[in-house]
Design a protein around this ligand. Sequence first.
Ligand code: F6R
Length: 585
Amino acid sequence: MCSIIGYKGKNAAAPILVDSLKRMEYRGYDSVGVATFDSGSILVRKGTGKVLEVNRNLNIDQMAGKIGIGHTRWATHGGVTDKNAHPHSACKNDIAVVHNGIIENYQELKEELIGAGHTFASETDSEVIAHLLEIHYSSGVKEAMIETCKRLRGNFAIVAVFQDGTICGARYEEPLVIGVANDGYFVSSDVLGFLEYTDKAIFLENGDICIVDNSKLEIFDFEGRPIAHPITQVAWELGDIDKGKYAHYTLKEINEQRLTVVHAGRQDQAMMNKFCDILASAKDIYITGSGTSYHSTLIFKHMLARFGKIRAETVVSSESQYALTSMDRNSVLVAISQSGETADVLDSVRLARNQGSKILSIVNVTTSSLARISDACLSTNCGPEIGVAATKSFTGQLALIYNITDRLCEKCLETERADLAVAVENVVANQGSVIKVAEQMKDASDIYLLGRSLHYPIALEGALKLKELAYVHAEGIAAGELKHGPLALMEKNTFVIMINPHDATFNDTISNAHEIKARGATVVGISDRNDDVYDYWIEIPHLKEEAYYPVVEVIPLQILAYQLALAKNADPDYPRNLAKSVTVR
Ligand code: F6R
């Protein structure tokens, strides 16, 4: 959602903060702001727009001071306006604060603070934090942080700068991590905020407060008791977060998927055994995730049923409170999440945990909250995914699901693992045919995607990519459902993509394609076999192991969505209204 950063060190803070915000912009990005501390006062510059644009208008990176905080906002409370952009200051301008999360009791606090004579400048829930800090500041920074945190309900990660030049952070149900550099400290929502300067990190836990004061660090809980956390070496490298030769991160990440498939295979065997043993001994298995990760849960369920005759139930995480009601100590919840910070997914985990269930997880960010609260966690190992739309993390999840299935179901998928990487490379290299189809589809207002069996989740995933990147109405449909309603929508100017490799589903889906074509719609086939019914054919490689087809089917759909975004002048890395890590409910 929002990203927050604080810096206190020996260098000019503002250019570092702007750079960090740029790197974390994928988390949320409708407004930007920075506060620096210099010569005894706090200066604030903020406005709506993307980091580079706001920086160009306000010269944020020229602000003086070696201490500062910064924020990119993804609006929740209050419109996208300059005033609602963070940092927020209190009445005396002696404190500035940035916040990620939602303060549920902000109305009540605001009324109380107004009653005590405070004046509010914004419509945000976050501003109450600045005023609460100000009330308690006379008792010292530590007291101010503790008393403020105790009053807040909801979820928050906060970074504040005080008039004495102290930087503080606090975390409750939102991520916050300290970067320990040779010449200073960072407090950030994400390691990407400081990876350029240091790879040493301290991950704060729920209920932690930190103070960086005269270049020393203190961590304590909401009762003021000291806490010690280890310094962790972050595995990601700076090269992983650069676009390199690519125009967009999304394109880079699409192109990286050959490696993704290989890297997902590199698992710690002890952890893999633990994961599979817990799964194998479960009485009930539930699999949960949101968005793209939910589509992976559907593939996982299918794989377990098909190769292990193992029954599992999938639950879209935002629905878990209605669905995860009868778990117990013999149940297992498998949570799939790229970020490991999605609020809905973490809520599902808490729900399952409260019923005594075990938690398994598949994450890409191994330092995430989800990874840390799981009984066993496997990593997709695909490196940082910066583009807001999930691409390589999805194929990484699928590749890992194949590994788990193979380990659980006695090497049922032994064949062709190496060939899958080659097949992915071929699909990635074959972008030309997708670009031609994209040219035909650039004015389409409705796109339907049909697939059966394992290809149905790919129809859903393709539709999600088209919606979020190309802002086009797209719907994934189980091909057999066509006759139960969607056929009524098929007419001239409608585009239908059939996800139809030459496996057991092929003939039935071809029949659907004829029914659609007879109604005047344009039919695009994604398949290893061409057919006369297709108006356009996107060729994918033939695979002996049919279960691997989803990986090579989804890549052309990612490329198509990317190309349609370009045709519409939309920024594929930063789709409107969306954020990479959805840490609010
Ligand atoms: C789609 C997309 C989102 C995420 C969803 C879950 O391209 O990126 O739908 O898949 O927000 O995120 P994670 O996997 O981080 O839990």
